[in-house]
Design a protein around this ligand. Structure first.
Ligand SMILES: [Zn+2]
Length: 280
């Protein structure tokens, strides 16, 4: 009896196998996509004027200690919304002001300025939320590190910026002035969210050597905990348009300052994907 030679796998069997594999892959893909969709946060409701009432938005407690080790993969379900607040509205704590982004209107005046009850050379005024954060930060510097901080400049109106800028140009020339002092209508100090901070002793207060003092180092390491960023880092002049200013702290709220701290993005321009602003 002759046995037939072993048949090669029929093309039909081969085709069935391929169909099965493709079907399995398709089911897997559908399951994955379904999982991703259900895990995706609900779309933000309206984007209308989120910054209209910035102070009423609940924010994390200023000065809250850094969170313990974050859960691995936390980034995968990240819900930080870069559009949560306006970066154009001068009343928004996220407003980005630089040489390409003047305040609008140029002579903007914040509505909720208060005296800031801290040590100072010139009596400081800031918006209420920023003032509270400064007080919390100065208190923590004293309690945690025994450091005495002082304000050297805070809110400056359009007209006072005219004086400051004109004076700088007269003494140093316009090119040098533009690297250290904003033109009127282009200053973060006019937002009421910014303070130049130094040691109460006055040591290095207005110079880059502040960065080497215990006060300058404490501020650089801890400002974010209270909602502040060092706005003009040493190596970012081409982006910010300003020389290193270890004294100049801008309040952006704890949510954003923490995010920038965690991601290591140090300028608002880079964080929000805005063009560099080295010149006017
Ligand atoms: Zn400043």
């Amino acid at each position: 009896m002759t046995t037939p030679p072993p048949r090669p796998p029929s093309t039909r069997a081969l085709r069935n196998r391929i169909i099965l594999a493709v079907a399995a892959a398709a089911v897997l893909a559908v399951a994955l996509i379904a999982g991703m969709i259900s895990a995706r946060p609900a779309p933000a409701p309206a984007t209308t004027a989120p910054a209209a009432t910035p102070t009423s938005t609940p924010t994390p407690t200023p000065g809250a200690r850094p969170q313990p080790t974050r859960t691995p993969g936390a980034e995968a379900v990240d819900t930080f919304d870069k559009n949560a607040r306006s970066i154009d509205d001068p009343a928004s704590i996220w407003v980005v002001v630089n040489k390409q982004r003047p305040l609008n209107p140029l002579d903007y005046v914040p509505a909720d300025l208060v005296d800031v009850p801290v040590d100072h050379t010139w009596a400081p005024v800031l918006r209420k939320e920023a003032s509270d954060a400064v007080v919390a930060m100065f208190t923590a510097a004293a309690q945690e590190a025994g450091l005495e901080l002082a304000s050297n400049s805070a809110y400056r109106s359009y007209s006072s910026q005219v004086e400051v800028y004109t004076d700088d140009v007269e003494h140093n020339g316009q090119a040098a002035a533009d690297l250290s002092t904003a033109r009127p209508g282009y200053s973060e100090h006019q937002t009421g969210l910014t303070m130049d901070i130094g040691p109460s002793s006055g040591n290095c207060s207005l110079n880059t050597c502040l960065a080497d003092t215990p006060e300058g180092q404490w501020l650089a390491a801890n400002g974010w905990r209270f909602g502040f960023i060092l706005r003009y880092p040493a190596d970012k002049t081409e982006i910010t348009g300003y020389d290193f200013e270890p004294r100049h702290y801008r309040y952006v709220g704890v949510e954003l300052s923490t995010r920038m701290h965690e991601t290591g993005v140090r300028t608002l321009e880079e964080f929000f994907g805005l063009p560099a602003a080295p010149t006017y």
